[in-house]
Write a protein that binds this ligand. Structure first.
Ligand code: KG4
Ligand code: ZN
Length: 350
């Protein structure tokens, strides 16, 4: 089965081709092309939906051609077309989604509407030789922080989520406060490498509460109150470089501590022995290293996507599309995009 996936929910235009023979659990990623608009949106400090949509329209034909060329395949060989249907920016979603539907219609091949979050959630298994198994999933992206008990495709139980800012959003908002470029995660990560995480003891909200929900919005408030104590002007650009690095290290460690603590608690509660971590924040090197150490101690298998598949990409959309297609779970072409799309099959655990 050859699947072509398209992702355009935010500021990345991406196309990927994945192939798996019947009975094969690990697909081959024939190509995964990503055209990022980050430099374009950076000057506005965040994503401008209208600009994102226009750029998806002009980028998509180029990205599509490149993905087919890299894979060495023609559009006529594709068996299934998959695209992100939500959540995301509606005008951005429409570009990739309409293109995938048009291609499916012209080629008389089935279409699968994929939930972006499901794409992230299942992405760690693209490169796992034994394929997808029941596991605990920790999704840490710019828009979501979720702990999900995954028993199979479309068999999801929500165990915890952020009640305010997502982990990536916390990185981005703190970075903005420190006058660092968008997106803030990699900027804070880079400076944190040179910093002392113990110098500023920042709060770890909800860490020791019994439930599995998260709250990260207090972190930006804590940084807001810390800044004027460090420089009379309150201007982050007046901070000595080492102070900035120490602050970044403190923020990064506060987020990691909460994620680790809740993930280990959710593992004990769910009984799973496999932890999959996905989403843009999962490419954070310190998070990866600390997760690996904790999982080894707890004899838990840690499944991470390669760095290239952590932030938005189309291979994860093609993979989720492939798993659905293998179950004969196709979507009618009338399926609308939905900026607030909920995960199909998601139950909430009380
Ligand atoms: O999954 P993603 O590409 O988009 C969403 O679906 O939201 O995640 C983007 C998020 C941004 O908030 C970005 O700051 C964060 O991932 N991120 C990181 C790192 N690289 C990207 N956060 C922490 N450390 C990183 N190295
Ligand atoms: Zn994403």
């Amino acid at each position: 089965m050859l699947v072509l996936g398209i992702e355009s929910s935010c500021d990345e235009t991406a196309v990927a081709l994945l192939e798996a023979a019947a009975g094969e659990v690990q697909p081959r990623v024939l190509s995964s092309v990503i055209s990022t608009q980050i430099p374009l949106h950076r000057m506005y400090g965040g994503v401008i939906p209208e600009l994102a949509s226009r750029n998806h329209s002009s980028n998509l034909p180029v990205v599509l051609r490149e993905a087919l060329e890299k894979a060495g395949r023609s559009i006529h060989e594709v068996d299934v077309f998959a695209s992100t249907a939500g959540p995301g920016l509606v005008a951005a979603l429409l570009v990739g989604n309409t293109a995938a539907k048009a291609l499916a219609l012209a080629a008389k091949k089935p279409f699968v509407a994929v939930n972006h979050l499901e794409g992230h959630m299942l992405s760690p298994f693209i490169t796992r030789p034994q394929g997808l198994v029941p596991h605990l999933s920790l999704v840490v992206s710019g828009g979501h922080t979720l702990l999900v008990d995954v028993r199979g495709v479309s068999n999801y139980t929500l165990m915890g989520r952020s009640l305010d800012d997502a982990a990536g959003e916390a990185f981005d908002k703190v970075a903005k406060m420190l006058d660092l470029p968008y997106p803030g995660g990699p900027e804070i990560d880079k400076r944190a490498e040179q910093g002392d995480p113990e110098r500023f003891r920042l709060p770890r909200p909800m860490m020791h509460e019994n439930h599995l929900n998260f709250s990260f919005s207090g972190l930006k408030t804590a940084v807001l109150y810390t800044l004027p104590k460090l420089t009379p002007s309150g201007n982050p650009n007046d901070l000595p470089e080492q102070t900035l690095c120490d602050l970044c290290a403190g923020v990064r460690q506060a987020i990691i501590d909460v994620l680790l603590h809740k993930a280990m608690k959710a593992l004990r509660k769910s009984g799973h022995k496999v932890l999959a971590v996905s989403g843009g924040v999962s490419c954070n090197s310190a998070l990866r290293a600390q997760l690996a150490a904790r999982c080894e101690r707890a004899r838990v298998e840690l499944v991470l996507p390669p760095n290239s598949l952590t932030t938005d990409n189309a291979a994860m959309i093609a993979y989720a599309g492939m798993l659905r297609a293998q179950h004969g779970d196709f979507s009618p072409l009338e399926t609308p995009v939905d900026p607030n799309l909920k995960l199909a099959g998601m139950q909430t655990r009380a």
